[in-house]
Design a protein around this ligand. Structure first.
Ligand code: HEC
Length: 131
């Protein structure tokens, strides 16, 4: 009997965990919940943006299959140091902002939302905080 109760509890716990992780993904979306326009209570102050809390999610979500788990075009940024380096060499901001003379990323041609682009700019100009 004890064993069944234990199994049952384990089952309930794991379903809660699974539900929670789905919920988290939904909330994160394409990172566009990070508004920088001071209009909502969830506005994130520029100086509090970090790689661990925000930036890694944005890049994983929008560039991940090709540049985090993959290295398309020879470009990979699967950790903080690599992403920082990719930004410093200068092409990342060009490609995501669709600046003239740069390739367009993501390759779908759908630009990241302005609030996400602003968040990235802000994080860069604040010195790439890791956490
Ligand atoms: C569906 C796959 C895919 C996605 C998603 C994608 N890329 Fe790329 N990326 C590529 C490929 C393929 C190349 C090489 C293109 C080429 O050489 O013409 C590339 C090249 C690049 C380059 C190098 C450009 C250059 O001029 O050498 C950068 C920087 C880059 N991607 C950044 C990003 C960023 C940042 C994102 C997310 C916002 C992203 N990519 C999303 C496939 C992707």
């Amino acid at each position: 009997m004890r064993r069944y109760i234990f199994l049952f509890l384990a089952l309930v716990l794991s379903s809660i965990l699974i539900l929670q992780s789905c919920k988290k993904e939904e909330e994160v979306g394409n990172g566009s919940d990070m508004t920088m326009d001071n209009s909502g209570s969830d506005t994130i102050a520029c100086s509090t943006i970090t790689y661990d809390a925000h930036i890694s999610t944005i890049f994983n979500k929008n560039c991940g299959g090709c540049h985090v788990t993959g290295s398309q075009g020879g470009v990979n940024f699967n950790n903080y140091a690599k992403l920082k380096n990719q930004l410093e060499v200068g092409k990342v901001l060009g490609v995501i902002n669709h600046r003239p003379g740069f390739k367009v990323m993501p390759t779908s041609g759908i630009k990241l939302s302005q609030s996400v682009l602003d968040s990235i700019d802000c994080w860069v100009s604040n010195g790439y905080k890791e956490n």
